[in-house]
Write a protein that binds this ligand. Structure first.
Ligand code: NBY
Length: 799
């Protein structure tokens, strides 16, 4: 099989590109220049670009086949891929060819690009991290496949009605998806329910998984990997013709609808009670389809099971795909007839697990009853794994009942539930946290007993972000300036080179150009006065992230405008962006309060030219790419010890925003690298927060002791910002779970320092350049290199 010589090369001249575009318009889109719509132009351009990547894909696949390499498989319930067109133009080297070719069809690049819908197949940081890692894996030429679910509906579209978040379905494939390759012949069968008889598991329901894939090109290399997404389909014969003929139309398709519901919608995190069993079905569906596909691929070039962990490493992106552990046991023991010990040894050499949280309530558990009904054989397997685990615990720590209780895969009270994190730690060879502090806290708190049992299993891999999407594509102006400053574009593949910008921070003309790029980005964003400081807080809404602290700051600024204008500071546009889980009532109250404060500020002539609050709806990757280049100040103000890492903090620092933040997650490492002088630190650190939280914390004492805090909370309590604002105040004056009031004064004073520094624009710009220069570490290329060295141990294969 020689794919290398068999392919007609696709041209790279403007004429050849235009020719290909036209022929795709005629032969694949089936229309003509005269009647082409903007959508036709978009889809045709996408196909023309995709073809170029597909040719590279074929060469990559051929090189992989020849090499029979070790593979990295990334299993994730979420991928927040972001818009594809601009990226694929850049990676395929056709960015400059597209505009002229489109013009031949009579369309502008802008109107065509606006039709590129982002696949929102994730919630937040976890899903976006998965996308950044895939980008870097391809860029580093690592043989890798990402596996996920092709949700019909991605993360909901956020709208505001009367300032309140309302959720609308995200029908992202309404017009089809030109980037996708269906691969229906690789379909898999997945069973659910049923019973375990003498012959093994007999499922009571069968569903098909149909894959399609998107291309994942590397930057500056020929490698093109794939992300394979599964869609649920009814097994054949689920259409009931007899009922249909009898006019029972709904009943006739009932089975098909039930099956297809499995990949119908991405769950907007875990705050919703709705459809728990369906969510568990999704997880098993992903895992079962993907493992069979991985085994199918293993068998192309291998036959001996003992080679499986040599050729395969499977990374579990949080606990959502943890059922892969008992599923692989089932496949090996029940279907491949390996003995239990050998199977367990293979499994434990194959999987690794990334934990993304520190919130105890975010550790996933499933009721034993539900799991046993849906997956009876898997529950048996989990019980046996647990029995052996607990034997090991008793042997290592005799007479230590509390360890047995903590480490057990089964939680007993108040209801028997399977602890997915414990299963993930037990069935893998490495467990990593996502920032230094997070990994330390995992081994000292959440997984302390596991770390005592298996100390070598735990490691850290600090998150990173792709500089291609979040600097080069999002911020072309700044990218060009960086390239000029460094004398080459090599920084896009080796971000540590950014340190070469540091000396330029002392160059006044470079600073002036740096400032002007920021202003350009702000003007392009079109929200607020480009002369004002753009102060941004963009992330999911969660009480631990403390958007409520930011809103207290805004209220304080607003009140100073009324009563102490001399203390106000500098003109600011405060920008919020983010979604709340639909069932997370407290987070939705914070959203509504922000919109009420924004309206009050806007209605008051005293704020004019000084303070503005903007909250564009439906924050997503597309919007992030517009906001991040424009930001001056990055708000990373979570309660210390709660944010596992953060990745928005990295994107903002890379684009020259200064951070105001607590010593939480990756903020700690950002501050180390950009320098403490170039970072606005405030608040309790993790040990202090923990000890205050576990002692007798009295939020009211802060309220009583601080006039500005009291005034801000009183305004909220008195309903100045509506009923939602009253709820926010009540929660802060009641329990204040995340120590907002304890950190208020330190935060406000630090914000006053921020304003003072802003008044010295030369100093600010210097700090901004040093933030970019110090952020080279936060490339996802470095993250992938760390995974390779500490966990994956796979080598590059170049096509
Ligand atoms: O993962 C985030 C962390 O909060 C952030 O600190 C970190 O930088 C990022 C990448 O490591 N976690 C996150 O985004 N989590 C989710 O989106 C999520 C999704 C689903 C569920 C829970 C959390 N769930 O329960 O299904």
């Amino acid at each position: 099989m020689d794919l290398r010589n068999g392919l007609r090369p696709l041209g790279s001249t403007p004429a050849e590109f235009e020719q290909d575009l036209l022929s795709n318009l005629y032969y694949r889109r089936g229309t003509t220049v005269e009647s082409a719509s903007a959508q036709d132009a978009y889809e045709t351009l996408a196909l023309t670009v995709r073809d170029r990547l597909a040719a590279r894909r074929a060469r990559t696949a051929a090189a992989h086949y020849e090499t029979n390499p070790r593979w990295v498989y990334y299993l994730s319930a979420e991928y927040l891929l972001g818009p594809q067109l601009e990226q694929n133009l850049l990676y395929s080297g056709t960015t400059d060819l597209a505009p002229a070719a489109l013009k031949a069809l009579g369309f502008s690049p802008e109107e065509v690009e606006a039709l590129d819908v982002e696949p929102g197949l994730g919630n937040g940081g976890l899903g976006r991290l998965a996308a950044c890692l895939l980008d870097s894996l391809a860029t580093l030429d690592i043989p890798a496949v990402g596996y996920g679910i092709r949700y019909d509906l991605g993360i909901f579209k956020q709208d505001f009605e009367n300032g309140e978040q309302v959720e609308k379905p995200d029908d992202w494939t309404f017009q089809g998806d030109p980037w996708e390759f269906p691969a229906p012949d690789d379909w898999q069968t997945v069973g659910f329910y049923g019973y375990v008889g003498p012959e093994g598991w007999v499922p009571g329901e069968i569903v098909h998984g149909e894959p399609s894939h998107l291309l994942v090109p590397g930057y500056g290399t020929e490698t093109v990997n794939i992300v394979r997404l599964w869609r649920a389909r009814a097994a054949q014969a689920s259409f009931d013709l007899r009922r249909f003929s009898a006019g029972q139309y709904a009943e006739a398709v009932q089975e098909a609808v039930k099956a297809e519901n499995i990949s119908k919608v991405l769950y907007p995190d875990d705050s919703t009670e709705m459809g728990r069993e369906l969510r568990l079905k999704q997880q098993y569906f992903l895992v079962s389809c993907s493992l069979r596909d991985i085994i199918r691929r293993f068998r192309f070039r291998n036959s001996d099971w003992s080679d499986f962990p040599v050729k395969t490493v499977i990374q579990l992106n949080d606990t959502h795909p943890t059922l892969a552990i008992p599923e692989l046991m089932r496949l090996l023991v029940d279907e491949e007839k390996l003995d239990w010990e050998q199977a367990w040894s293979l499994v434990r050499q194959t999987f690794a697990y990334t934990c993304h949280t520190l919130l105890p309530e975010a550790l996933e558990t499933w009721p034993v009853d539900m799991l046993g009904r849906l997956l009876p054989r898997h529950l048996e397997i989990i019980y046996r794994i647990n029995a052996e685990l607990l034997d090991e615990v008793r042997a290592t720590f005799p007479d230590d009942l509390s360890r047995v209780r903590n480490l057990s895969l089964i939680q007993e009270e108040p209801q028997r539930r399977v602890r997915m994190a414990n299963l993930a730690v037990t069935g893998t060879f490495k467990v990593n946290g996502v920032a230094e502090l997070h990994s330390q806290l995992l081994t000292s708190t959440t997984f302390a007993d596991f770390a005592a049992l298996w100390p070598d299993k735990f490691t850290n891999v600090t998150n990173g972000v792709t500089p291609r999407r979040f600097v080069r594509l999002a911020n072309p102006g700044l990218s060009a300036l960086i390239t000029e400053g460094l004398g080459s574009e090599d920084w896009l593949r080796d971000l540590s080179l950014l340190s070469g910008l540091a000396p330029l921070a002392d160059d006044a003309s470079f600073r002036a150009r740096w400032r002007s790029e920021k202003r350009h980005a702000k003007s392009a964003l079109g929200l607020g006065d480009p002369g004002a400081m753009l102060d941004v807080m963009i992330k999911r809404f969660h009480e631990y992230k403390r958007q409520q602290l930011k809103i207290l700051h805004v209220i304080t600024l607003y009140q100073r405008l009324q009563s102490a204008p001399g203390r106000f500071g500098v003109p600011r546009t405060v920008l919020f962006g983010g979604k709340a889980a639909p069932a997370y009532y407290a987070a939705k109250s914070i959203i509504k309060t922000i919109n009420a404060v924004a309206a009050a500020v806007a209605a008051d002539p005293k704020s004019s030219g000084l303070l503005r609050v903007v909250f564009p709806a439906n924050y997503n990757v597309t919007l992030a790419e517009k906001i991040i280049p424009a930001a001056d100040l990055s708000e990373q103000i979570s309660m210390a010890g709660k944010e596992a890492s953060g990745t928005g903090n990295m994107k903002l620092a890379l684009n020259g925003a200064l951070t105001i933040g607590t010593l939480d997650g990756a903020n700690v490492e950002i501050r180390d690298r950009v320098g403490a002088d170039n970072f606005f630190l405030f608040g309790l650190d993790a040990p202090a927060a923990l000890s205050l939280r576990s002692g007798d914390y009295q939020p009211r004492s802060y309220y009583e002791a601080d006039d500005e805090l009291r005034a801000a909370l009183d305004a909220l309590s008195n309903g100045v910002f509506g009923g939602a604002g009253q709820e926010v105040a009540q929660s802060l004056l009641g329990r204040d779970e995340y120590l907002t009031l304890a950190d208020y004064r330190s935060y406000i004073d630090k914000q006053d320092e921020v304003a003072a520094v802003w008044q010295n624009q030369e100093r600010w710009t210097r700090m901004s350049i040093l933030n970019t220069a110090g952020s080279g570490f936060f490339s996802s290329d470095r993250t992938v290199s760390d995974y390779l060295e500490r966990i994956w141990r796979a080598s590059p294969v170049r096509p």
